[in-house]
Design a protein around this ligand. Structure first.
Ligand SMILES: Cc1cc2nc3c(=O)[nH]c(=O)nc-3n(C[C@H](O)[C@H](O)[C@H](O)COP(=O)(O)O)c2cc1C
Ligand code: SF4
Ligand code: SF4
Ligand code: FES
Length: 637
């Protein structure tokens, strides 16, 4: 394999151009989200159908375009028909025949299955880049995601990949750090610490051996940004990591991810091997005299191992537990040597900064948070998926204009941001600009990019309980404040959702939170109170309803609700709920044949509410459960 860059670049470009010019080119997204939606069956079906019909078409497996709600996503290019590439949504294997017979063999572009086109056209489906979502989005990290084959380094190179590295290796390490500092890059792993300052500290620490670690642990429930980047465009992070290593003087690097991300591990191993083959990793990279290589490490999937000092312990083969900082890893890290730990997206942005220069990067975003923010939109939102927007975009734009808002006309209630120890802001915060400082002022944190939308059917006390329960299970037990404080908070919330809350509990929650924020050893413990403090700040009335009235306003907390059948709506001839109730709690009145729930037998599984036909809608939830007596008395009277 040649290491001559000009030759490599030329060959990659020709390969890409040939692919773009191919008479039939089908791109199929096969990242984890696509696979979960059946993309591998779609891929198999396309392969078999093309072979059966003797069609000379190219099929490329690509990563995630961010439009997870539309998976499996397929883009078909057939230039001869005079239409631009068309992006089809939810293409299960059953749809393949229609697309092959209609569009590939015939001239019908099957627009009823299309999401949009990739180039402007007058009469086809909507032009994707003109959709409001893409007008707001600015893709720096996700630039190639869903467009190139992550398993083929040539695709990355053909789209300008590794040119930033080439440029960087012609600069001095100090110049690179200066450029990253001037760009105002802040770490995308959570805290938003200035990357240039961290690198400078590591570079100026005198030591023979230094390391660089990419933090790809991503243990936040509901988050999938880093997984998508590594499954869809691994070289963007690898390129940034090599630049970072050169800047700080590291010769060895580690990418720490989790066993639960098998596709990430596969894609990374393949990408690293290809980079080595092209001389982009290993000895004397680009003939610069700089040598560097990277290993992957798969953790067992503990949330605390995302914390940098716990991660270092885990890589060293010890139990993943944090240690007090300072000294910071940049001075005393892996094996006691200076180590830079950076998030996947931070490193991917480094490659972009070296390409466009600090000024270009600063032209996007806000003065204190330049660049873009990547969010994984999840929960009660129409278009679940990944988005990348300039910092400073409002939450309202992200949720409504990009994410399509809350489904089924329901009302947005809160936005959970910043991971399990982030916080929930209410809808009054919708005009908050997305940036590190505005989020902090609102009592939440940016975190690594998880964003969960909650609607009127979510209970905020239960939401806080869920996250505290998660943190109590995931904290490592090393410091007493973390071990007992988080557990206590979790137990108090548990009692409140069970209807055993006491009025003094709210003060107690606040007091323990304050102590934990000051006294825990690591940021898991220090930030653990955030879900409580933010829900108390924005939704105190819900806590009070649970405690004082034993009522759950969102009708979620099992112990505070009861199911009831409205006799006037119950259809006499219908027996759906009676037949499906797992505890035989529903009885039919002999005369009227209306149904009644025997509360002592009901386990509140909700099946009757789900099964009752929408035209009758006879089953309701009430809170507090005592309301049943009132309702029954009314009928009796
Ligand atoms: C409990 C806990 C979990 C964390 N998990 C992650 C993670 O999954 N990914 C990440 O990049 N940073 C995570 N962090 C932050 C890291 O400790 C560290 O600050 C970050 O990797 C630095 O990279 P950056 O400067 O690029 O943001 C976590 C921190 C804590 C306290
Ligand atoms: S909630 Fe479940 S257990 Fe209770 S009556 Fe309905 S189906 Fe039966
Ligand atoms: S499913 Fe609804 S309409 Fe049918 S018997 Fe039960 S409550 Fe009545
Ligand atoms: S060590 Fe992290 S909370 Fe105690």
């Amino acid at each position: 394999m040649t290491n001559d860059w000009e030759e490599i670049y030329q060959r990659a470009k020709e390969k890409w151009e040939a692919l773009e010019a191919s008479p039939i080119h089908i791109r199929i997204g096969t990242p984890t989200c696509g696979r979960a939606a059946g993309a591998l069956d779609t891929l198999k079906e396309f392969r078999e159908k093309l072979e059966k019909e003797g069609i000379q078409g190219q099929i490329t497996e690509v990563g995630c375009m961010g439009l997870c709600f539309a998976e499996p996503l397929v883009i078909i290019s057939k230039p001869e028909i005079g239409l631009p590439p068309i992006c089809y949504r939810n293409v299960t294997y059953q749809e393949v025949k229609r697309l092959v017979d209609g569009f590939i063999l015939g001239d019908d572009p099957c627009l009823e299955l299309a999401l949009g086109t990739l180039d402007l056209t007058e009469d086809a489906a909507p032009y994707i880049p003109e959709m409001l979502r893409f007008e707001i989005e600015e893709r720096l990290v996700l630039r190639n995601c869903g467009y190139i084959d992550p398993q083929d380094i040539d695709h990355y190179i053909a789209r300008g990949g590794y040119l930033s590295l080439r440029k960087a290796l012609g600069m001095s390490p100090e110049q690179i750090i200066d450029e990253v500092s001037k760009a105002g890059l802040r770490g995308r792993g959570g805290a938003g610490f200035p990357t240039g300052r961290k690198w400078d500290l590591c570079r100026s620490t005198k030591n023979e051996m230094k390391y660089i670690i990419c933090n790809a642990d991503e243990g936040d429930p509901g988050a999938f940004m880093d997984r998508v980047v590594l499954e869809s465009d691994p070289h963007s992070m690898i390129e940034g990591m090599i630049i970072a290593a050169y800047a700080v003087g590291a010769y060895e690097g580690f990418i720490y991810t989790r066993m639960e991300y098998p596709l990430v591990l596969d894609r990374l191993e393949q990408a690293l091997m290809q980079a080595r083959e092209y001389g982009l990793l290993g000895e004397d990279i680009f003939g610069s005299g700089f040598s560097f290589d990277i290993e992957t490490v798969a953790g067992a999937g503990a949330f605390v191992c995302g914390e940098e000092t716990a991660m270092i312990a885990s890589i060293e083969g010890r139990r993943g537990m944090p240690r007090p900082r300072p000294p910071y890893p940049a001075e005393y890290g892996l094996n006691g040597e200076p180590t830079v730990v950076d998030n996947v997206k931070t490193l991917a942005l480094v490659a972009r900064i070296m390409g466009t220069g600090a000024k270009g990067f600063r032209s996007i975003g806000t003065p204190s948070s330049p660049g873009t923010a990547v969010f994984a939109l999840a929960g009660r939102i129409e278009q679940i998926g990944l988005v990348e927007v300039p910092m400073g975009t409002t939450l309202r734009q992200v949720i409504f204009d990009v994410g399509g808002g809350v489904p089924e006309g329901r009302e947005l209630k809160a936005i959970q941001i910043g991971g399990p120890a982030g916080g929930c802001v209410g809808k009054e915060a919708l005009d908050l600009p997305v940036d590190f400082d505005s989020f902090k002022a609102a009592g939440a944190i940016m975190g690594s990019g998880g964003m969960i939308v909650l609607d009127e059917n979510n209970c905020m006390v239960e939401t806080a309980r869920f996250f505290l329960d998660f943190l109590a299970r995931e904290e490592c037990g090393k410091c007493i404040m973390g071990r007992l404080g988080i557990k206590q908070l979790s137990l108090i919330l548990e009692e409140i959702v069970r209807g055993n809350g006491r009025e003094e509990d709210l003060n107690l929650l606040e007091e323990i939170s304050k102590d934990l924020a000051e006294g825990a050893l690591c940021n898991l413990g220090r930030t653990a109170p955030n879900p409580i403090l933010t829900t108390l700040r924005y939704f105190r009335d819900e806590y009070e309803a649970h405690i004082k009235e034993k009522r759950c306003p969102a009708l979620v907390c099992k112990d505070l609700i009861a199911y009831y059948i409205l006799p006037e709506r119950c259809e006499r001839g219908c027996e759906h709920c009676v037949l499906t109730c797992p505890t035989e709690a529903i009885v039919s009145d002999e005369k009227t044949r209306t149904k009644r729930i025997q509360q002592d037998k009901c386990v509140k599984c909700g099946t009757c509410l789900e099964i009752c036909p929408p035209e009758y809608n006879a089953v309701i939830k009430v809170s507090p459960p005592d309301r049943i007596k009132e309702l029954e008395a009314k009928i009796g009277g």
